[in-house]
Design a protein around this ligand. Structure first.
Ligand SMILES: [Zn+2]
Length: 210
């Protein structure tokens, strides 16, 4: 499985491009901005997007989704609990002093336990609310990878002071859905460098009392 991570936009959201070497089917996670660069990566690997997945409806993660959808025709997956937040895009743009991006229509509601496939690789949706009510993480068992959105970071966890945030809930989500994963699981957070479940279990200050 080809995997490229592009930090995009003002807040450097990690946009992941996964592409199956055989079928050339691709999944793009969190196309927040810089869609031209995302399309260049796809073209370089001769990949065709079959799924656009939004881990949560913050502007830095969803801002470029409509542009990517228009360019590729791929369906957009998001958890329905973030639709309220998605409707606040102009407010979110105001927080950052940026232009409101074109709204995107969600094609598929991504619920806990849902599975999608990228070529031969299975991706399981884990509903991990707390950073936002509709936050999801993506678990790819055969790759040993977890795309964590803004739920879990290297040495930190997602902020919970924005609308829809809940500090107790994010800890419960991490404890119930992420900590059961194998220690060697590579975590790709929504911002910053990769980590592993084992490393965060041992060293992440926010998880010490779980
Ligand atoms: Zn966020």
């Amino acid at each position: 499985m080809i995997h490229e991570i592009l930090p995009v936009g003002m807040l450097q959201c990690n946009c992941s491009v996964f592409c199956d070497e055989q079928t050339r089917e691709a999944m793009v996670v969190d196309p927040g901005d810089e869609i031209d660069s995302v399309l260049q990566v796809l073209a370089k690997h001769k990949c065709k997007v079959t799924a656009i997945v939004i881990t949560h409806a913050h502007i830095d993660h969803i801002g470029g989704a409509q542009k990517l959808k228009q360019a590729t025709g791929a369906p957009v997956y998001m958890n329905a609990n973030d639709i309220e937040l998605q409707k606040m895009m102009a407010v979110q743009a105001g927080w950052l002093g940026m232009r409101t991006p074109e709204a995107v229509e969600i094609d598929v509601e991504a619920d806990d336990g849902d599975r999608l496939t990228v070529g031969a690789t299975e991706v399981t949706v884990l509903h991990t609310p707390g950073h936002t009510q509709g936050s999801i993480s993506l678990w790819m068992p055969s790759e040993g990878k977890l795309v964590a959105g803004d739920t879990l970071f290297r040495d930190s966890i997602g902020r919970t002071d924005l609308p829809g945030g809940d500090g107790r809930q994010i800890l419960r989500s991490i404890h119930d859905k992420l900590m059961p994963l194998p220690d060697e699981t590579v975590v790709i957070p929504g911002h910053g460098g990769n980590t592993t479940i084992g490393r965060e279990r041992e060293f992440n200050f926010f998880l010490q009392r779980l």
